[in-house]
Design a protein around this ligand. Structure first.
Ligand code: ADP
Ligand code: MG
Ligand code: MG
Length: 206
């Protein structure tokens, strides 16, 4: 596939909502080990609200879709991840304004701006055991690709491996940081929801 347009973006968000719903219990289990056990429920509630929103008011373009996803996540997810994912998608909306198609590099740039918003808000550095640890290498993998299908597949694989690789890290941000050394040995829940989002993206671009 050569270009990412509204139909791929809609397929991405719908696949992501299904995957988050199917994996909600697992995400909450991961969060129960080092947080308050609600990450799966938070994300599933948000993505269900997103699905309802875009079904009832179909967005006209990429910018409108991502803005709608961001606003809905901001108002329905809560916790640490709500503002972070909400701001991420709002930034995707701003960056895709006036664009009807993105190639692999263009999509990587838009996602990279979303990551920038997460880093500005959350102040997490690489290695702090957060969603940032999956987002950085996944977006880098997409940026290094020329083909959208291959690039998103590589990004999904990279995000999955990066989420697994958060286990030995010491948490320095969010609730998991309250555990100090006891956060070591458990995967970060947010890095795992990122891996699901990128798997859904690859599915939509296959
Ligand atoms: P809460 O911790 O408020 O219950 P969630 O459980 O929904 O919120 O989300 C927790 C996830 O949010 C963590 O696994 C981590 O990936 C992410 N997170 C928390 N704080 C930050 C931060 N400052 N920067 C980036 N990501 C963060
Ligand atoms: Mg939580
Ligand atoms: Mg919570």
């Amino acid at each position: 596939m050569s270009a990412f347009s509204l139909s791929q973006a809609l397929a991405w968000i719908k696949a992501a909502a299904q995957s988050i719903d199917a994996n909600a219990a697992h995400l909450s289990e991961l969060d129960a080990a080092i947080g308050d056990g609600d990450h799966g429920a938070n994300m599933a509630r948000g993505m269900a609200a997103v699905t309802k929103k875009i079904d009832s008011a179909p967005p006209a373009d990429l910018a409108a879709l991502f803005k709608s996803v961001g606003m809905t996540l901001l108002s329905s997810v809560g916790g640490a991840s709500g503002p972070l994912y909400g701001g991420f998608f709002l930034e995707l909306g701003k960056q895709s304004a006036g664009k009807t198609e993105l190639d692999a590099a263009g999509l990587a740039a838009v996602l990279g701006a979303g990551l920038g918003d997460i880093r500005r808000r959350g102040k997490a550095e690489p290695g702090d055991k957060t969603m940032v640890d999956a987002l950085i290498p996944a977006i880098d993998a997409l940026a290094a690709a020329s083909d959208l299908a291959q690039g998103t597949a590589k990004a999904a694989e990279t995000a999955r491996a990066a989420a697994t690789a958060t286990a030995p890290m010491l948490a320095r941000k969010g609730r998991a940081s309250y555990l100090g050394e006891r956060s070591i040995g458990h995967q970060d829940p947010g890095a795992n929801s990122v891996a699901l989002l990128f798997a859904a993206l690859a599915q939509a671009c296959a």
